[in-house]
Design a protein around this ligand. Structure first.
Ligand SMILES: Nc1ncnc2c1ncn2[C@@H]1O[C@H](COP(=O)(O)OP(=O)(O)OP(=O)(O)O)[C@@H](O)[C@H]1O
Ligand SMILES: [Mg+2]
Length: 252
């Protein structure tokens, strides 16, 4: 049964970066394979990992809605969708990527959505670790597109708005007791002299402190130059810190 890590938080706090560094760590330190799931419609987890983005689940949903009444004789709806689902997994050694893309256009997708749910459950049997990069804010939690979370990671930076967002996330997950096992926070790119104050605010919300990721110039350059975070130097400050953070998380 997979352990599912869901990364959340306010826009621009570093969710995609954190998710990518976690995928990188799991790929290097576990037998794998790791599933990287990009649940942000503004997809870019694949991009920072340097994995080409193939067909998205949103594409498949649209395609199915268009084609469903024109399927060749003998090809059932279920077969058509199953075949499509295989196309959306991009496979690399020890890591696979699935990109959700845009969801819910007009029309009823109940049938497809129930197949997707089953597909999602099957993924839990295939991958020991699943890392989900979510869109900013709370929408994904209220829609419950992310189910059965083992580790919810709220990323905060030095902005009080990010701390407020963390508070609202905490309130929302309080009603999801059985679905979210552990709630953590991670401080990203905050000046050393401010870490303690932010940590105190977040711990008061009942979140578990995982650590603070330093602002890492090499990482910033790597992303700016369009190079994969898989190729970031092992000695880079953010990578070293993520090693510590993941060690802590995987012990739980
Ligand atoms: N620790 C860090 N060191 C250096 N640069 C960082 C760090 N964390 C994030 N960044 C940079 O900050 C920017 C925003 O990060 P990222 O895209 O991960 O945020 P996000 O929360 O996923 O944003 P969005 O809400 O738009 O999805 C990116 O350019 C990223 O490379
Ligand atoms: Mg992002």
């Amino acid at each position: 049964m997979a352990k599912l890590i869901a990364v959340t938080g306010k826009g621009g706090t570093g969710k995609t970066t954190v998710a990518a560094l976690m995928v990188r760590h799991l790929r290097a330190h576990t037998a794998g394979p790791v599933l990287a799931l990009d649940a942000d419609p503004d997809a870019n987890l694949g991009t920072v990992l340097g994995i080409p983005i193939g067909k998205t689940i949103g594409d498949l949903r649209e395609e199915t809605a268009e084609q469903i009444n024109n399927l060749p004789a003998g090809l059932s709806k279920a077969h058509y969708i199953q075949a499509g689902l295989h196309e959306i997994i991009v496979e690399l050694p020890k890591v696979d990527l699935i990109t959700m893309g845009r969801s819910e256009g007009p029309g009823c997708y109940c049938y497809l959505n129930s197949l997707l749910r089953r597909f999602g459950e099957d993924l839990h049997d295939t991958y020991p670790w699943i890392v989900v990069d979510n869109e900013a804010g709370l929408e994904h939690l209220s829609r419950r597109t992310t189910s059965r979370i083992d580790h919810l990671i709220v990323v905060v930076n030095g902005s009080m708005l990010a701390v407020d967002c963390a508070r609202r996330i905490t309130e929302l997950v309080a009603d999801m007791k059985n679905e979210v096992k552990q709630k953590h926070f991670l401080i990203n790119g905050v000046r050393d002299d401010r870490v303690a104050a932010i940590r105190q605010k977040l711990e008061a919300l009942g979140l578990n402190y995982l650590g603070d990721l330093p602002r890492d110039e090499a990482l910033e350059n790597q992303v700016f130059e369009g190079r994969s975070l898989f190729d970031l130097d092992d000695g880079s400050p953010a990578v070293l810190k993520m090693n510590e953070i993941m060690k802590k998380l995987m012990e739980d």
